[in-house]
Design a binder for this molecule. Structure first.
Ligand SMILES: Cc1ncc(COP(=O)(O)O)c(C=O)c1O
Length: 428
């Protein structure tokens, strides 16, 4: 069994990567630790880069085509991991999922149509709805207390109301940010509501292979709704190869599949470059599974580390004064009244523990800062480049998204910087 080393710190600066090379341009500040955009600071597995080198060594970088292996590996991956049986003629290629969503909106909606999303959610959904000249309809998630902390839930009563008149929905399954893995019952409820309202569903399942608690493809929960659904999936997040530009889509309904495939063909939007078909063909394999399982153990370790760090370092004693008065007699017989005080603890910086993937939604709401003050605290004082929670839409205020797909040392540095900024701000 190969043992992969996720502790190794790689110098990605100067490699034309967005995460490390664009941080200064975007934030206008030097020396921020980049923990934002969703790629991981782990080496792409060598069995993949070796195959790529071999291909380049072949010497000719002509047009690539979809090998049979590309189809077979995806079909086997879905069957093996999610018990989802699909066929070759239900599959399609797009370079990226946002590209795919943009085209699906153009193909299946028209300007002015209403498209529902569940904010706070991956912000390009809203951008693409606007670019397609559709109307965004928000059905904000609600935060519920759970036995382990807090988590996002769908407000189904609100969904029943908001879905009226919508043409489409973009579902994030699992959800980003927050990493919520939707249960079968929840997906069934969504499917039923969409079916009753004739709503086309775009299900973005890019984070599903990184789930810590299983995954249910939306298209498997309701056969009728599946006929009005396109699912997007990719090896990009799972195996840290987002830059290669390789994603797949599935439509189990023939008419829907043909319509989208023809649309894509029209602009050659389904064309990949010479190695676009390699990631799925190579990663959806025993070697890929082995790497993924070790990567997920490591990511889980980082999530545990952050969870413990936040509890240990940002929990404060609080004194709550109730309106109830306590009467005491002093030694000289004078009666005094005090408000009853309850001593408790409050965790000032918390997190929503992700059930999938390597992105943690950090909850700073107990600090009582405005969003501008929060960004100033995290970016200017803690020198961390995190995604501003507000950019994910309604309900994202008070949060910042932290990418923990990195070596533990980077994680420790980030938490150390957060603690130092906290101690300085609150004079501890
Ligand atoms: C939910 C979701 N969809 C899509 C993407 C991006 O996919 P792509 O790079 O293939 O467009 C991301 C990246 O973070 C994501 O979180």
């Amino acid at each position: 069994m190969a043992k992969y080393n996720f502790n190794k710190e790689l110098n990605r600066k100067g490699t034309s990567c967005i995460k490390w090379d664009m941080t200064e341009t975007i934030w206008g500040k030097k020396n921020l630790l980049p923990m934002w955009i969703a790629d991981m600071d782990f080496a792409t597995p060598k069995f993949f880069t070796d195959a790529l080198i071999k291909r380049v060594d072949g010497g000719v970088l002509g047009y690539g085509c979809r090998p049979q292996k590309w189809y077979d590996s995806i079909i086997a991956w879905f069957k093996d991991r999610y018990n989802w049986t699909i066929t070759k003629d239900q599959l399609g290629f797009v370079p990226g999922i946002v590209v795919g969503i943009a085209h699906a909106l153009r193909c299946f909606t028209k300007p002015g149509d209403k498209v529902l999303i569940f904010p706070p959610v991956y912000f390009p959904f809203a951008n693409q709805i606007a670019y397609a000249k559709c109307k965004q309809v928000d059905c904000p998630l609600v935060i519920m207390e759970t036995k382990d902390g807090e988590d996002f839930e769908i407000d189904f009563k609100l969904l029943e109301k908001k879905i009226k008149g919508c043409k489409a929905m973009i579902l994030c399954n699992p959800h980003n940010p927050g990493g919520r893995v939707w249960s079968r019952a929840e997906l069934q409820k969504i499917a039923k509501i969409c079916l009753e309202n004739n709503v086309f569903v775009i299900s973005d399942e890019i984070h599903c292979d990184l789930s810590f608690k299983g995954h249910i493809p939306f298209a498997t929960v309701n056969a009728k709704q599946a006929k009005n659904t396109i699912t997007f999936h990719a090896p990009s997040k799972t195996f840290n190869c987002a830059g290669v530009g390789a994603s797949e889509w599935v439509a189990t309904d023939k008419a829907l599949h043909d319509k989208f495939a023809t649309y894509l063909r029209g602009g050659e939007f389904d064309a990949g470059h010479y190695d676009s078909f390699m990631p799925s063909s190579i990663f959806y394999s025993e070697k890929g599974k082995e790497w993924l399982s070790q990567a997920m153990d490591y990511i889980k370790g980082n999530i545990d580390y952050v969870e413990k760090f936040l509890k240990d370092n940002f929990t404060a004693q609080t004194i709550e004064l109730s309106g109830k008065k306590i009467r005491t007699e002093t030694s000289d017989g004078v009666a005094e009244e005090y408000a009853e005080a309850k001593i408790g603890t409050t965790q000032l910086i918390k997190m929503i523990r992700p059930q999938a993937s390597f992105l943690i939604f950090l909850d700073f709401r107990n600090l009582g800062l405005s969003q501008k003050e929060l960004v100033d605290f995290v970016v200017d004082k803690a020198h961390l480049a995190l995604n501003d929670g507000a950019m994910f839409g309604a309900g994202g205020e008070g949060f910042m998204r932290l990418n923990v797909g990195c070596p533990r040392k980077t994680m420790e540095r980030a938490m150390g910087q957060l603690k130092a900024a906290f101690c300085k701000k609150y004079k501890l």
